[in-house]
Design a protein around this ligand. Structure first.
Ligand code: ZN
Length: 170
């Protein structure tokens, strides 16, 4: 495993639509392992492949429970993901992005989503997510279409130093 460089704006790869993964061979497996390591090192709760300059529909997410700090974070690897359900209720939350260092913004998103995709072995998986986990999935999947939180934010501001993990989804 190796750390990969996280690309930041204005890198063009962040604005492109990523292509579907079709090859689940060793190269993809290495990319996934590297993304997990890079996400943990950052630290972040999610990372999309375009953020490490790989224009592929692949995200990794690692996040615990909103309500209970004693539940250990769960790791998700999702390939070619699609959101098949959005809840009708939404919520405004403060987001940041490893590819837009120094900025945060308030983004309104649906509170719950159902995500379908493939795991790293190419097997179908379905995840029902609520709250922050749902927000993280939406933020990361936006990256696969070249969409960034600043495009959706009602308000964006510059912050000094490290933003607290609690306030920022990534
Ligand atoms: Zn991001």
């Amino acid at each position: 495993m190796a750390l990969r460089e996280i690309v930041t704006l204005p890198a063009p790869v962040l604005r492109r639509k990523a292509r579907k993964v079709t090859d689940f061979g060793p190269e993809l497996q290495t990319l996934i392992d590297d993304m997990i390591e890079t996400m943990r090192e950052a630290p972040g709760v999610g990372l999309a492949a375009p953020q490490v300059d790989a224009p592929l529909r692949l995200i990794v997410v690692e996040y615990g429970d909103d309500e209970d700090e004693n539940i250990p974070p769960k790791l998700y690897t999702l390939i070619n993901p699609e959101i098949t359900r959005f809840s009708s209720d939404s919520e405004v939350g403060t987001e940041g992005c490893l590819s837009i260092p120094g900025f945060a913004g308030d983004v309104e998103r649906p509170l719950g989503v159902t995500v379908k995709g493939l795991n790293r072995r190419g097997q179908p998986i379905k995840i029902k997510a609520e709250g922050w986990l749902a927000r993280i999935f939406q933020h990361e999947m936006d990256h696969l279409d070249g969409v960034l939180f600043i495009d959706r934010a009602e308000k964006v501001w510059k912050h000094e130093g490290q933003t607290s993990q609690a306030a920022v989804s990534e």
